[in-house]
Design a protein around this ligand. Structure first.
Ligand code: NDP
Length: 280
């Protein structure tokens, strides 16, 4: 299985699980919990949630899914920018821990940049680390200039990951953000790796369909496998059904060769100049 290494040497499966919109619909709850458990059993360690998702409903659902499996999970949650001041980060983290039924997060991210100075949020993250409430911290939706700014803040270089939009139809980060982070040894966590609402463009693409046929896999598996080819990206597809999770886990074993990647480039060209980071 393809893996990605965090700055502290922790090795993780390059596919994890997203949970946005999970827990919102009672009739899907059972399937969603089963899906997440299936993923853990398939050794997809990363589970990504956020205080924002369903106002805590996603975190509560994750609590149920990881019960008795906590040690097999690398649990990620995110603090809203409106809670990014020093005291508010500490309080928001306690609330997330409570909802998740755990006494530590493996990774705590700033969901996106707001008005609070980065130094203040980083100081709170470092405090939480010192207290053992989080193991590491990172950011989300940071473009290259944001990362550079973070790098120059006290302890900013302790950032473990940047979670951003990345899929076949959104490749802008390949121009400068991925190279910048590669040089610094900070992996990317790719959100919406299956392009969420815009999947038709991928699903109906003849070249991708042809590749799926060649490898006897689904179009989604090709799209997902493509996101992790560099070895520097962990993808976190959200799948509310166990069969989808099984497919996604298998995509971590799918290796695309140079010719495959060239075919994909023809259909979904890589950026040739700076593209501002897209945000969902
Ligand atoms: P994704 O690109 O992961 O797409 C999710 C959709 O793909 C769902 O409808 C799901 O259906 C479907 N799907 C999953 N696996 C398969 C498969 N094998 N075959 C066919 N369909 C499949 O979109 P998300 O927006 O959910 O992004 C992933 C995660 O990234 C989020 O859940 C969240 O954790 C994170 N995120 C972070 C953001 C940030 O600002 N930091 C912003 C957006 C997302 P089904 O559920 O029925 O299986």
């Amino acid at each position: 299985m393809k893996t990605v290494t965090l700055p502290d040497g922790t090795e993780l499966a390059a596919i994890g699980q997203g949970t946005w919109n999970m827990g919102d619909d009672e009739s899907r709850r059972h399937d969603e919990i089963q899906a997440l458990r299936t993923g853990i059993d398939q050794e997809l360690q990363v589970i990504d949630t956020a205080e924002m998702y369903g106002n805590g409903r996603s975190e509560r659902l994750v609590r149920e899914a990881i019960a008795n499996r906590r040690r097999n999970v690398l649990l990620v949650s995110k603090v809203l920018p409106s809670n990014a001041s020093y005291d508010d980060v500490l309080a928001a983290c306690d609330r997330s821990l409570e909802r998740l039924g755990t006494d530590y997060l493996d990774l705590y991210l700033l969901h996106w940049r707001g008005r609070v100075p980065l130094a203040e949020t980083v100081a709170a993250f470092e405090q939480l680390k010192g207290e053992g409430k989080i193991k590491r911290w990172g950011v989300s939706n940071f473009d290259t200039d944001d990362m550079e700014e973070l790098w120059n803040v006290e302890d900013g270089q302790n950032c473990a990951i940047n979670q951003v939009l990345y899929n076949l139809t959104a490749r802008g980060i390949e121009y400068d953000l991925i190279p910048w982070q590669k040089e610094k040894g900070i992996p990317i966590m790719a959100y919406c790796p299956l392009a969420q609402g815009d999947r038709k463009e991928i699903l109906h693409n003849a070249a991708v369909r042809e590749l799926a046929k060649t490898y006897d896999v689904s179009v989604s598996q090709i799209a997902l496998a493509w996101t992790i080819q560099s070895g520097h990206v962990i993808s976190i597809p959200k799948a509310g059904q166990a069969p989808h999770v099984m497919e996604n886990a298998e995509a971590a074993n799918l290796v695309l060769n140079k010719e495959d990647l060239a075919k994909i480039d023809k259909e979904f060209p890589p950026p040739t100049s700076k593209v501002p980071l897209e945000i969902v």
